[in-house]
Design a protein around this ligand. Structure first.
Ligand code: GLV
Length: 334
């Protein structure tokens, strides 16, 4: 843990992970506790480092619960999550303590949609298998029937979760001439739908030879795409999961093993960094280590947005990308 300026009686800010270049430097006017490492803090270290902080700049790996909030103590005003998702955070516990929660929406939309397409293309065109074959040194020969994939051009695309990222995935489909259907809790207004068709979930699954899942993880979406729902998809379908926990990873592995799914791709995992052995065993699974937003530009923008939230709160202002205001019954922080 690197402490910067800890001689001064300034608000303490804990940054739990190394940030993109130039971002943490914006916090040097604070008592900055910077975990300048790509590895997460252990729980005991996290609890100790949070003590007396005014703001915590956290990642999805940090469980923000009552224990951590209490370890930080009554000075804490903000949890600034370096992610668009906030399923690592106990919102009720934050609200009960008058602690605001912010996240980083918008700035990771395009890079994450690009990654969904990278995975969709890799899965449908069997790039992982092909690369592994070449690197293995095993003999191979071009043949009319060799490593044939699924052609995306003109194929209907289903999107589960038509928020910012889902809509960015849909925009890219126009270049492939793919008609888009989607499922969302609420139907979008026509200007946001951009010609995509809203369907009930099970109808979407049944009519999607190619499905991209971008719905955020919450209590209502956990394992929404389970074995039964995967069975609704057409035989030979391809499934891409961009949100950990919404798709049941074991069910995906089983559907690949049975041949019901032609291929699948998963960008982040429910129990990271663990990856289910059943998925690793599937040649037709394209597996990425949570790379959705991993570009220099996006990670700088995410870091800067998280820091903007911290600086706003330290200046007594409203965090610009607060997740939701605390319920009116929440006790004000004394
Ligand atoms: C990424 O997984 C995020 O929620 O930002």
């Amino acid at each position: 843990m690197r402490r910067v300026n800890d001689h001064a009686p300034r608000p303490a800010v804990l940054v739990t992970r190394r940030l993109a270049p130039g971002v943490a430097e914006r916090l040097t006017a604070c008592d900055l506790r910077y975990h300048d490492s790509e590895q997460p803090l252990g729980r005991a270290e996290l609890l100790a480092a949070a003590a007396g902080c005014s703001a915590l700049l956290t990642t999805l790996d940090d469980t923000v619960d009552a224990e951590l909030l209490d370890a930080a103590g009554p000075t804490l005003r903000l949890v600034a999550n370096h992610a668009v998702g906030t399923h690592n955070i106990d919102h009720a516990a934050c609200a009960a303590r008058g602690v605001a929660v912010s996240h980083t929406p918008g700035v990771l939309t395009e890079s994450t949609a690009d990654m969904a397409w990278a995975l969709l293309l890799a899965a449908t065109r069997r790039l992982g298998e092909g690369e592994r074959l070449l690197r293995s040194g095993r003999p191979w020969a071009w043949a009319p029937t060799f490593l044939l994939g699924v052609e995306l051009s003109g194929t209907p695309l289903g999107i589960l979760g038509m928020g910012r990222i889902g809509r960015a995935v849909a925009r890219r489909a126009a270049g492939f001439g793919m008609p888009v259907s989607y499922h969302n809790r609420n139907r979008l207004p026509a200007d946001l739908e951009q010609g995509a068709r809203h369907l009930p979930l099970d109808e979407l699954l049944a009519s999607s030879p190619v499905l991209v899942v971008t719905a955020p993880l919450n209590a209502a979406t956990r394992h929404l795409v389970d074995a039964e729902r995967i069975a609704l998809m057409p035989a030979g379908a391809v499934l891409v999961s961009m949100t950990a926990g919404v798709v049941d990873e074991e069910a995906v592995a089983a559907a690949l093993a049975s041949g019901h799914l032609f291929a699948a791709a998963v960008d982040n995992f429910e129990h990271e960094p663990a990856v289910p052995a059943a998925l690793l065993a599937q040649e037709r699974a394209v597996l990425a280590p949570h790379l959705g937003s991993a570009t220099v530009r996006t990670r700088q923008a995410m870091g800067n947005l998280a820091v903007d939230n911290v600086l706003a709160v330290l200046a007594g202002a409203e965090p610009p990308t607060r997740v939701s205001p605390p319920p009116p019954t929440a006790a004000p922080r004394s």
